[in-house]
Design a protein around this ligand. Structure first.
Ligand code: UDP
Length: 239
């Protein structure tokens, strides 16, 4: 499978939905603990792990805009949602015995440190799991783009994009029994096919900076470790 040795420093993209578990919104304690355990294990195994968390389990800007909130303001609410997840994840990782630091792209010094490349690299070097919250800090972006941005500025070896399915398929595998999983795709192909797994801005930034994206399922315990060890089912998006 995909060579794992090169994945020394990674950015794991977790959607808000990944943290809600069986609930319809918000945070599920059991799911949070399971994912935190996975992240702590990867860090303990010597990988430098940064996490970019989404906020869709609480709020999405586009949906807020649909219900009449101006888009930039709705996106502010969305960014705040990601910080809620970041703080929860920080504690969950520390409960697994591993240090973690939530860094927000939108400064909120009473709650957590602000994101800076320097601070993030410092914490990674200390073996701490870095949680980059607040996305890019700007409206009209997503946390997928935030994940690729952080990967670029931290010179990460890959973005590990956690989803509910074990890779990118030719069609929705839950609806189409003939759907086939791609083993590998180029960024160009991902963009040309307008794949729903990540937005075009995120793929384009990854293409420009030659950042591999590994799409895998977070549904099972140990998923992150298995991707990092080159096992498990996934799709590699790479030049
Ligand atoms: N958001 C934003 N700028 C960013 C990242 C996120 O404004 O750089 C807002 C946006 O409103 C988005 C929300 O935060 O809908 C939550 O992020 P996202 O939808 O990416 O979360 P996920 O789908 O991964 O849970």
């Amino acid at each position: 499978d995909h060579a794992s040795k090169s994945y020394k420093r990674v950015v794991v993209k977790l959607s808000g939905e990944a943290l809600q578990g069986p609930s319809t919104h918000g945070l599920d304690a059991g799911t949070l603990a399971r994912i935190a355990k996975d992240l702590a294990a990867a860090s303990e195994a010597g990988h430098e792990v940064a996490v970019v968390v989404g906020g869709g389990n609480f709020f999405r800007g586009i949906k807020g805009a649909d219900s009449g909130i101006e888009r930039a303001r709705a996106d502010s609410i969305g960014m705040l949602a990601t910080v809620m997840n970041g703080l929860a994840l920080e504690q969950a990782i520390e409960m697994q015995g591993r240090q973690a630091r939530c860094l927000s792209a939108v400064p909120m010094p009473a709650l957590c440190e602000s994101f800076s490349r320097r601070a993030a690299l410092h914490h990674l070097a200390k073996g701490r799991v870095v949680i980059a919250a607040g996305g890019t800090g700007n409206p009209f972006f997503t946390t997928d783009t935030g994940a690729v941005l952080r990967a670029a500025e931290l010179s990460a070896d890959a973005v590990l994009k956690a989803t509910q399915v074990d890779g990118v398929y030719t069609a929705d595998p839950k609806r189409d029994p003939d759907a086939r999983r791609y083993e590998r795709l180029t960024h160009d192909e991902a963009i040309a096919q307008n794949l729903a797994v990540m937005d075009t801005a995120a793929f384009a930034l990854a293409r420009e900076n030659k950042i591999p994206i590994i799409v895998f399922s977070i549904a099972e315990a140990g998923a992150i470790a298995s991707v990092l060890s080159g096992g498990g089912r996934s799709t590699l998006v790479a030049p």
